[in-house]
Design a protein around this ligand. Structure first.
Ligand SMILES: [Zn+2]
Ligand SMILES: [Zn+2]
Length: 327
C-alpha cells in the first residue's frame, strides 16, 4: 500500500510504500476510494493536539470498499462501500460510554490521530465504527459528510431549535450545515473572514439569507451561533450577535485563546458550549438525514501524493468547500 505519513509534528507528510495491514478479528480492511481533509488534520500535523500516535497516517473521512474482514465481523459484504469517521474505538464500559456519551469516552481511539487513518490506499478500521453511506453521492463528494457533516450535525443539534442560526467560518462543515438548516426552514447567517466576497457568495448560493464579515452584526439577533473557525476572538463576537438565552457552540477540536470579555456579553442566560467528537448514534442519524435533505458537497480533488498541498490550501483559506484526497 501507499500512505502519506506524518513522522514528526510540524514536518511534511512523506510518501511511504509498505505492506497493507491485516484486519484483526473485529476489523475491516478497506480499499480506499477517497479521504476528506479536515481542519483537525492540520491540528495533528501542526502538533496542536497532544500525544498523537507517531508515525501516523492522518485522515478521518474515509470512503472505501470492504476488501477483507476479520472472522468476527458481521453485517458487511466484500465490495460494499463504507465510511470511517473520526471516532475509531470506544471502551464501552467507562461512565461516559455507559450513559450514551461515548463521544467523551475515557479510552477512545481516533482515526488519523491515535490510530492510522485514510491518507493511503488501504486502512483497517474497527467494524463497529464503520457505516454504510448514502448511495446517491460519488466517493469524493460523500467523504466530507464523515466529519464536517457528522460533527457539524452534532454542533447543529447542540445549537437548539431556534430559527435564526449564525455560522462562523464558512468551510466544509458550514457549507453542509447551511443546506440542512435551510432545508429545515431556518434562516442562516454566514460569517466569513472580513472581505472574503467569494466565501460570502458561496454561502448565499447554498441558501444563506445573509453573508458578511465576522466583524459585522447580522440583520437580526441570532438564536444560536456555531463557530467552525478555530478563532477564539469569535466567541465574544458571536455572544454579541445572539439574543437573550442564546447559545454559542464551538464546533472545533482546537481554538486559539478566547480573549477576556465583559460579563454583560454572557449575561441573560447566554451560553458558550463546546462539541467534542461524535457518537455512532450521531453518525446513523446524520447519514439518514443527508439524502433526504438533498445535500450536495463542493469538493476539490487532489491525488494522494499531493496531501501536503491540500493541507496548505486549507491552512491558507484557498479552498471553497472541502479538499478530498484520491489514491
Ligand atoms: Zn468509554
Ligand atoms: Zn474532522
Amino acid at each position: 500500500m501507499r500512505a502519506m505519513v506524518l513522522e514528526e509534528p510540524r514536518t511534511r507528510l512523506r510518501l511511504r510504500e509498505q505492506s497493507a495491514p491485516q484486519p484483526g478479528p473485529g476489523e475491516i480492511l478497506l480499499e480506499i476510494a477517497a479521504c476528506g481533509v479536515c481542519r483537525t488534520d492540520l491540528h495533528v500535523v501542526d502538533g496542536e493536539l497532544p500525544n498523537p500516535k507517531l508515525p501516523i497516517v492522518p485522515g478521518h473521512e474515509i470512503v472505501g470498499r470492504v476488501a477483507a474482514m476479520g472472522q468476527e465481523v458481521a453485517g458487511f459484504a466484500r465490495g460494499e462501500r463504507i465510511g470511517v469517521p473520526w471516532l475509531g474505538f470506544t471502551c464501552g464500559v467507562c461512565p461516559y460510554c455507559s450513559d450514551g456519551r461515548e463521544n467523551l469516552c475515557e479510552r477512545p481511539l481516533f482515526t488519523g490521530y491515535t490510530r492510522d487513518g485514510g491518507y493511503a490506499t488501504h486502512a483497517v478500521a474497527d467494524a463497529r465504527y464503520c457505516f454504510p453511506l448514502p448511495e446517491r453521492m460519488d466517493d469524493a463528494e460523500v467523504a466530507p459528510l464523515l466529519c464536517a457533516g457528522l460533527i457539524g450535525w452534532r454542533s447543529y443539534r447542540m445549537a437548539g431549535a431556534g430559527t435564526a442560526l449564525g455560522l462562523y467560518g464558512f468551510g466544509a462543515a458550514a457549507h453542509i450545515l447551511a443546506q440542512v438548516a435551510t432545508w429545515q426552514g431556518r434562516r442562516v447567517y454566514a460569517f466569513t473572514r472580513p472581505g472574503d466576497q467569494a466565501a460570502q457568495a458561496f454561502a448565499r448560493s447554498l441558501g444563506a439569507a445573509w453573508a458578511g464579515g465576522s466583524d459585522e452584526m447580522p440583520p437580526e439577533p441570532l438564536d444560536a451561533a456555531i463557530l467552525f473557525a478555530p478563532v477564539g476572538a469569535l466567541v465574544p463576537a458571536a455572544l454579541k450577535a445572539v439574543k437573550k438565552g442564546g447559545r454559542v457552540v464551538c464546533g472545533g477540536i482546537h481554538m486559539s485563546d478566547i480573549p477576556s470579555f465583559p460579563y454583560r456579553l454572557i449575561w441573560e442566560e447566554r451560553q458558550v458550549v463546546s462539541v467534542a467528537n461524535l457518537t455512532r448514534a450521531d453518525a446513523r442519524e446524520f447519514l439518514g438525514v443527508a439524502p433526504r435533505a438533498g445535500l450536495r458537497t463542493e469538493v476539490t480533488r487532489y491525488p494522494l501524493e499531493r496531501a501536503n498541498e491540500a493541507l496548505a490550501d486549507l491552512r491558507e483559506g484557498r479552498l471553497q468547500g472541502a479538499a478530498v484526497l484520491i489514491p
